[in-house]
Design a protein around this ligand. Sequence first.
Ligand code: CAO
Length: 597
Amino acid sequence: MAKEIVTIPDLGTDDEVDVIEISVAPGDQITEEQGLLVLESDKATMDVPSPVAGKVVRILVKEGDSVKTGSEIVEVELDGDTEAAAEGDSAATDDDKSEDGKAGQGKPGADEAEAQPEASQQPTQQESTQQEPRTSAPAQDEVFELPDLGTEDQVDVIELSVAVGDQVEEGQALGMLESDKATMDVPAPYAAEVVELLVKEGDKVGAGTPFAKLRRQAAEEDAAAADAPATGKEPSAKEEPSAKKGPSAEKDTPADDEKAKPDSSSGAAATGRTERSAPRPPEPLPAEPDAPHESEGGKIYAGPAVRHMARELGVPLERVKGSGPKGRIQKDDLTRFVKEAVGRSEVPSAGGAGLPPVPDVDFSQFGETELVPMTKIQSLTATNMQRAWLNAPHVTHFDSADITDLEKFRKSLKDESERRNVKVTPLPFLLMASARALRAHSQFNRSLHSDGKHFVQKHYVHIGMAVDTPRGLLVPVIRDVDQKGLWELAEEAAELAKKARDGKLSAAEMQGGSFTISSLGAIGGTGFTPIINVPEVSILAVSRAEIRPVWNGKKFVPRQMLPLSLSYDHRAVNGADAGRFMTYLTEVLGDLRRLLL
Ligand code: CAO
């Protein structure tokens, strides 16, 4: 009796990939090219076809395992030997012959007894099944018990995928189980009607737990035994009324089509193999989001990992179009579905924007491109900016401060600055003046409470300053700015900027700000509209100071003018408040003696 261990063929990568589905069970009669497993990598789902025909003896992997080229997956007893050595296994062998070697797909006769040991605990029913495998015998009710789950622990029933009265096909998920480590489908052992569910969601179950009472359909057996598709159609048509029972009734048409093919499971696997081995790029979701996207035969094809992710995200799988083989739903499909749902404001994180998503463009069609990974800071900044921009209605107020005298004073500090080894730029003056303005205009020193009914008034003045670093934008916070002098602020600002550039800021040093200053003065520009660092309610942008002619009532005089712009959250601050805040600020910057008032 020759046996062969089937291994994973060359995957074209040295990386490990996940086994997301085992398509056969011990005792199954398989044909050459029939799918044994489904593998999923980051990029694709692929079927592993059997290189040989025969009977599955052992499965050497389980769902969730990682495998690579050459990994041993299934032990198969080769076909010729099976027939020769099949004494005492005659029902199965005869059936196999009668179906051109494909009958094993339907697991009839003795194969079934081997594949479902639980049935043998009901001798009368099993006997009758074995003796009259494919007659028009009355429908049989059998208790389906859970097979070996690969763990001795009890696991949770997290989903019942069928209801009493549903017509299920072989392999269709009856429910889903979840252990600490994995989520697994409970596949129907054969095509049947669900007569009774013996567990409910939340139950703890293990190998041997009675899961459901199933009624194997006599008509279905006839169909399985039939040779020609035309013959198979008749019993399928007879089944229609019962197939319409229960919640899956709307899936009837494709399911019936599939049933009409006597060997639909192996046929699908064979065609599926060709499709699966050449994964297609994901297709965009159709414009009509509410149309169900059930796969071939009315079934939803998705592995446990995808189902788990869908449950976590609250995504109804029947609405997701699968881009994998046979319409199999992959993780990317879920991600795309959620992105589109966000665009349609279907989930709270959409922030009510209701924006259509930006379509994915394959830029390589226009020329050479390269994928450059974002740094963590860049990626966080992107999220924060979008959140701030979409949540806070921004208004930007522009003004300019006459800092001619401030600059004279600043330059007069040059010697002392050198002595102290502290560089004084316009920034510490801006910090001081802003702190004073925040004290005088307390509505800028607030955040909106999430209840939508309160402001959180802050009685401290902590100001963040945007620092441009090679890894992205960082905003360290200077605490109690209103209580610090110029030298202290200059020193602290320089220290924090250095720490930011050296990647040495702690999380605490970037928290707690009530206002932010973003200065591009050293870089250039005449003005910009900064995005508020929410949950703060305003941010001051500082552009490059320059000498401009200013009318003093009698003549134009050259004055050093500093362009300032204040973006504010119009939910917390009104335009008049912003005008007053900026007037106050520019007056202080224009005459530092005002800090004494
Ligand atoms: N106008 C004209 N000159 C200015 C100026 C202004 N508004 N602000 C600063 N300068 C001058 C300084 O006086 C200094 O000149 P000197 O060496 O001759 O004295 C020079 O520009 C360099 O200043 P600096 O950048 O070293 O120091 P700073 O205190 O002005 O700024 C910091 C510190 C950390 C804010 C700044 O280096 C920085 O990173 N800015 C970028 C912030 C940013 O990216 N904002 C955008 C956020 S939104 O994308």
